[in-house]
Design a protein around this ligand. Structure first.
Ligand code: PNS
Length: 163
């Protein structure tokens, strides 16, 4: 069976990679689909998010990365995906994800399954990582080294230490 793991991945975190890895053990093939949520402003553009996610998923033999250029259900139909898999960290994720799962099922019949996040990544979000990095904090424990370097490149240290 082919599973689709969609998300913004701005940028991909160890929390995302944990869900992708666990999904890759449950299904024959996983397609990570990088998309746009029209309510979000992104730090990395779509090509950067795809490239960074691609690099981070290289270690998984049955995982590949694609773009959601329109609707997620169109990607699911085109790729003949059997199921959408997403991670859930806390109740707010459920409130956000439930209507999307119901909408996607109404649109093309595809089911969504949720994996509970691993406890060590339950507090990690791309939003918080961007905020920590923007304010000069260290994000190395939350993302692979290549992603940490890409984030640092977006937020270079200010001359004279910001004074
Ligand atoms: O990581 P996110 O921001 O929760 O990912 C949301 C994403 C990109 C998966 C979602 O917005 C999406 O599927 N976008 C593609 C457009 C679409 O299908 N919209 C209808 C479902 S809300």
């Amino acid at each position: 069976m082919r599973a689709l793991c969609p998300g913004s991945f701005d940028p991909v975190t160890f929390g995302h990679l944990d869900v992708i890895k666990r999904t890759s053990r449950l299904f024959d093939e996983v397609v990570v689909a990088v998309g746009r949520n029209s309510t979000k402003n992104y730090l990395f553009d779509i090509d950067e998010r795809i490239a960074l996610t691609n690099g981070a998923c290289e270690e998984f033999a049955n995982v590949r990365v694609t773009e959601i250029s329109g609707l997620l259900v169109d990607v699911a139909t085109e790729l003949e995906a059997d199921v959408i898999v997403k991670g859930l960290r806390f109740a707010a994720d459920f409130d956000f994800e439930l209507p999307m799962a119901q909408l996607n099922r109404s649109l093309c019949g595809i089911e969504t399954l949720w994996l509970p996040s691993s406890p060590e990544w339950g507090h990690v979000s791309s939003t918080m990582i961007r905020e920590v990095a923007r304010l000069g904090g260290d994000v190395d424990q939350f993302v692979p080294p290549e992603i940490a370097a890409a984030i640092k490149a977006k937020y270079p240290p200010e001359p004279n230490g910001g004074s």
